[in-house]
Design a protein around this ligand. Sequence first.
Ligand code: S3P
Length: 180
Amino acid sequence: MKEMVFLIGFRGTGKTTLGKLLARKLGYAFVDTDKIICQRKGASVKTIVDQEGWEGFRRSEVKVLTEFGNASRTVVATGGGAILHRQFWQEMRNKAIIIWLTAESDVLLQRICRNTSMMDNRPSLTGKEVGQEILEVLHEREPLYREFAHFTIDTGRMKVMETVDSIYRTLTKKIESGRI
Ligand code: S3P
C-alpha cells in the first residue's frame, strides 16, 4: 500500500481542512506545504511574492514538495499552483496517492472571498478580478490536475465530515482493489 497522500486542487477546495481530518482518520501525520514555506521564510505568501516574485515562491514550493515526496504515512495539503511542478508529479504518481479536490467556480469564489484572513496567503495570480482569475487559472490548470490525480472528490456538495468520509471510503476501496 502506498502510504503517502497528496491533496491537489485549486484555492478554496478545502485541501488543508479536509487534509487534517483525513490524516487523523488514517492515523497519518499532516503537513501543509504553504505553511512550511511561510514558517521557513518567516513571511506570508504575499510577502514572499512581493520580494521574490512567483518564481521565488515556486522554487521554495518544489523544494518542500520534494522533501515530503520521501516521507511516509503523511497527508500533504499542497498549494493550488503546486501542480505546475510537472516533473515532481510524474515521479510521485507511482509513489503516492494523489487526490484532486474540486468545487464549482462559484463555490470557490464564495469560499475565497469569505476567508479574508487567507488573503495574505493568496495574492493575485493574474492581477485580474478574482472571479475572472478563478475561471482563467482553473481553465489552465484543470488538465494538469486531471493528468496526475488518481481520483477526484467534489467538495462542494457535502458537509466537511461527509466529504472526509467520502475521500476515506474511495481511498480504501481503491487500495483494497489494487487499483492504486
Ligand atoms: C496558490 C495557491 C495558494 C498558495 C499561493 C499560490 C496558487 O494555496 O500556494 O497563494 O497558485 O493557486 P491554496 O491553494 O492553499 O490557497
